[in-house]
Design a protein around this ligand. Structure first.
Ligand SMILES: *Cc1c(COP(=O)(O)O)cnc(C)c1O
Length: 386
């Protein structure tokens, strides 16, 4: 131990995965073929959503999702500072304004209270949407957000990139899978290799709205369609009905996604075993994300907080444990600092969290021995530094 690098997250590629890709490479379709539809159908079923649209990455998914939800230039949208920049950037792609509301200091998720305060501090109609994030894999309780959004006529786009397979229980004790479209208008998932399902690059948008679904299909593929045409010159004919993009995924990536998706439930279970061992080891000694029991955490990350975070980060890296920081608050990135839409909003929870957070290795193939080494290394650091 100590020589091999232990990253904070990594993909798991099996022989079945490889065979699925090879089979598709030898088939008639490398793209726009049956594997994409199969992946969409199976993914929609897995999160209990009506529709799913596969895309080339989650950032593209976020872009066409905000467009399908009707975001226009100048529209204002609220999101959390503790997320990957793409959750906010998608609003900027169409010239919208990004406003940040602070996180809950215990769960690290966008605070419902703070979101409500921000909305109520402005005239009616000021905001158009909310982008909550299932940060670290902890499903955000969307029921309250949905009530708030309905009161103010806002849409909700759930950034579920960290949470495929996670769910929370709503007030009726119903299991609400992340991205199931009950309390959000659409949701986005990522298939980047550090996420649960690895396609190399890839993403999925889910929704229960047929209207949003149809818009997503158009926007994914140049705005071109053979359906609902105003005229038809023959078998070759198509119409470009809106300005769209080429945000398609390939069939061989979809084949990999299908194969990976089949193992995700087990992967989430493994991640929860790893989380339990961390919690048992750190309970009462180190602060970590408060994890409510009324949900299944998909555990993309396991985040702890320490006062001497930079020292711990360097110490872990010296020991080949490549812990990572999630995230630098988005409002503090130079691009957003320059724009500074709501620079007077109190985001001190996010800033305080950022000064202490560090994400530990968390992926299904992390061995008990490797995790033991991670825990021992952190404990050795803590006893030296206290
Ligand atoms: C990874 C991630 C994205 C972007 O995903 P890509 O597939 O790399 O574009 C967006 N939001 C969050 C919260 C993420 O973690």
């Amino acid at each position: 131990m100590g020589n091999k690098v232990i990253p904070y997250g990594r993909q798991d590629i099996t022989h079945e995965d490889i065979n699925a890709v090879i089979e598709t490479l030898q088939s008639d379709f490398l793209t726009q073929g049956p594997k994409i539809k199969e992946f969409e159908k199976k993914f929609a079923e897995s999160v209990e959503a009506k529709y799913a649209v596969a895309v080339n990455n989650a950032t593209a998914g976020l872009h066409i999702a905000v467009m399908a939800l009707g975001l226009k230039e100048g529209d204002r949208v609220i999101t959390t500072p503790i997320t990957f920049a793409a959750s906010a950037n998608c609003v900027r792609f169409v010239g919208g304004e990004v406003w940040f509301a602070d996180i809950d200091r215990d769960t690290y998720l966008l605070s419902l209270e703070r979101t409500k305060e921000l909305i109520e501090s402005k005239p009616k109609g000021f905001f158009k949407g909310i982008i909550p994030v299932d940060f670290a894999g902890l499903p955000i309780q969307l029921e309250g957000f949905k009530q708030l959004a309905d009161m103010h006529g806002l849409w909700i786009l759930e950034d579920a990139c960290h949470a495929p397979g996670g769910y929370f229980l709503d007030s009726k004790k119903q299991k609400q899978y992340c991205g199931n479209g009950i309390y959000a208008d659409a949701a986005v998932f990522s298939f980047h290799p550090v996420k649960h399902i690895a396609c190399g690059e890839g993403g999925m948008v889910t929704t229960n709205s047929e209207d949003v679904y149809k818009k997503l299909l158009l926007l994914r593929s140049h705005g071109i369609t053979k359906e609902n045409m105003s005229e038809n010159h023959g078998g070759w004919f198509y119409e470009m009905q809106t300005l769209g993009f080429n945000y398609r995924i390939t069939d061989f990536q979809a084949a990999l996604g299908i194969s990976q998706l089949a193992r995700n439930k087990n992967g989430v279970a493994k991640r929860n075993e790893i989380a339990k061992r961390y919690k048992d080891a750190f309970n009462g000694r180190l602060k970590f994300q408060v994890l409510p029991d009324n949900s299944l955490n998909a555990h993309h990350l396991f985040v702890i907080e320490v006062d001497n975070r930079k020292e711990l980060y360097d110490y872990l890296h010296q020991n080949n444990i490549y812990a990572q920081i999630h995230y630098i608050p988005v409002h503090q990135l130079p691009y957003y600092k320059t724009i500074g839409y709501n620079s007077d909003t109190d985001l001190s929870n996010s800033e305080d969290y950022y000064s202490k957070c560090i994400s530990l290795p968390m992926y299904p193939t992390l061995t008990e021995e490797e995790q033991e080494f991670v825990i021992e290394t952190i404990m050795a650091f803590s006893s030296k530094n206290n």
